[in-house]
Design a protein around this ligand. Structure first.
Ligand SMILES: Cc1ncc(COP(=O)(O)O)c(C=O)c1O
Length: 509
């Protein structure tokens, strides 16, 4: 490090060090994720006391340029992202989980994405498929073949409803699942997230009520809340949404629709039983409420027999069905679809057009070409094998490492499992400790529309190899041990920020 310090300058040495690092980060010499030298080594290098370096690092951290991890070092953050978010801490975790929330559920999603890129951190936080399972080579071939075949057509403007051969293909896939639709009943969307948004926009106005499971997919909460919708939650148990409670809720409010994830529910992993599906469809008819069914993980079943979708049971009157190729194939191509009832088709297509004109024509064509080649079923079979092994690895690891009082649900499919901490433990506080040990998870409270359970967390079992899962759980177990009520380690452990701020105050005083 060629830091030139001027011992005779009026500017204190710690500020000169701080400024030097800030300058290196701003100029892109030190990139996000880069580790700063250990304070002891840098102090020796520069011929200054260690406290000078510690104070320089503490200033940098207080301003969000770097983040310290106990026992692992100090790392450069992404200051641009932090500035854009307008938050007062680089990750915003404390305000999200521990105090009144100034950060949206969607803020947590972007934080999770950001953290997942941290090189030293094992993240179980995302609801994403495994990067090592994405069929990159196959898809590159598809894109090249489509460009050769269709030329500029593949890169032209297109119809909002979507590429017709792709819609035909999807209609064929759905027929095999008992959903009989023609291509005109399908609307291609940019991921199922857009399906959620379009449905919310055409079915609700600000102030309306929508019913969801509680907990539910955090991205759905974000869409609903950002459209001014009031969300009422219906609890979930081992058989999915409590339809007995739903019945009571329906009699006390006038919801615009019911949003549900019947297969491998995000975040709990549970599957709605057939009996409850029938009752749900019945209730929707009786109360004349549309259902928005989200089938985004439905292809990822590892055991048990599949249960008919609500759309198949209903026959198309009242259920809007959304799905995508994000979990089963490639989230980055952003191709999803909606099965839409006739009475809503026109409005949804117009909404889609207003939102983004159409979904990438090249991606739609490449996907249609991929599906034509019949490769999806082979890919899904391999995914199911890999993810089932990873799920079993995580379940076994949890059983081996977690203290008594920790519970979890064994999912029959999907990507994530839901765990509850021993009595008296907070998942938000555990999160902060876990980050220091180099492991992340999704804090359960953000998935609740109201009355959040603060002791739950969601773990993605699919995205890492078995040995990485094992190491991640080892780190998590250490953080849990430390956070157990009455743990001596918890009492001893100083908060990183508090400790370093104290040392600045002492020096300034
Ligand atoms: C239940 C659920 N629905 C919808 C989505 C959105 O996915 P995409 O827009 O990639 O299809 C997700 C993503 O994690 C999800 O978990």
């Amino acid at each position: 490090m060629s830091i030139e310090l001027r011992h005779d300058a009026s500017r204190p040495l710690y500020l000169q060090i701080r400024n030097w690092f800030q300058n290196q980060i701003e100029r892109g010499v030190l990139l996000p994720g880069a580790r700063l030298p250990a304070s002891r080594a840098l102090a020796a290098d520069l011929g200054v006391s260690r406290v000078t370096v510690v104070n320089a690092y503490a200033e940098l951290e207080a301003e969000g340029w770097v983040r310290a991890h106990v026992g692992r070092g100090t790392f450069v953050c992404d200051p641009g992202r932090w500035e854009r978010s307008g938050r007062d801490t680089p990750y915003g975790w404390e305000s999200t989980f521990l105090g009144p929330s100034g950060v949206s559920a969607g803020g947590m999603v972007s934080d999770m994405l950001h953290l997942a890129q941290h090189p030293d951190l094992i993240s179980f936080a995302m609801g994403a498929p495994a990067t090592d399972s994405l069929p990159v080579r196959d898809f590159r071939e598809m894109i090249n073949q489509v460009l050769r075949r269709d030329g500029g057509e593949a890169l032209q403007y297109d119809e909002a409803i979507g590429y017709e051969p792709l819609r035909r293909r999807i209609a064929g896939m759905l027929a095999a699942e008992g959903i009989a639709v023609g291509p005109r009943e399908l609307l291609i969307t940019s991921g199922s997230q857009q399906g959620l948004d379009l449905a919310t926009r055409v079915l609700t106005e600000s102030g309306d009520v929508v019913i969801t499971e509680s907990p539910t997919y955090v991205g759905a909460l974000d869409v609903l809340r950002s459209n001014g919708v009031r969300v009422m939650g219906v609890p979930v148990d081992g058989e999915g949404m409590r339809v007995d409670v739903l019945e009571k809720v329906l009699s006390s409010c006038d919801p615009r629709f019911i949003y549900t994830i019947p297969d491998f529910h995000n975040p709990t992993g549970v599957t709605l039983s057939l009996e409850r599906r029938r009752r749900l469809v019945q209730l929707a008819r009786q109360w004349e409420v549309p259902i928005l069914e989200d089938g985004v993980c439905s292809e990822l079943r590892y055991e048990g027999t599949s249960v008919p979708s609500l759309r198949a049971l209903d026959g198309g009157e009242r259920v809007l069905y959304i799905n995508s190729f994000s979990k089963s194939l490639l989230p980055g191509i952003r191709v999803g679809y909606m099965v839409v009832p006739r009475w809503l088709r026109e409005r949804l297509v117009l909404r889609k057009q207003a939102a983004d004109l159409f979904t990438s024509s090249l991606m739609q064509r490449a996907l249609a070409h991929y599906l034509d080649g019949g490769r999806l079923s082979e890919h899904l079979a391999s995914l199911r094998r890999v993810y089932r092994d990873r799920r079993d690895g995580m379940l076994a690891g949890l059983a081996r490492r977690m203290p008594a009082g920790t519970n979890w649900i064994r999912p029959q499919g999907g990507l994530c499992l839901w765990a509850t901490l021993p009595e008296g433990m907070s998942a938000g506080e555990l999160y902060l400790a876990a980050i220091d040990y180099g492991v992340a998870f999704a804090v359960g409270s953000v998935f609740f529309p109201e009355d959040a359970d603060r002791s739950s967390l969601r773990l993605n079992f699919a995205s890492h190899r078995g040995d990485v899962i094992e190491e991640g759980l080892r780190r998590l177990a250490r953080a849990v041990q430390e956070q157990l009520p009455g743990s001596a380690a918890k009492a001893r452990r100083p908060d990183v920020r508090t400790r370093e701020r104290v040392s600045i105050t002492e020096r300034r005083g």
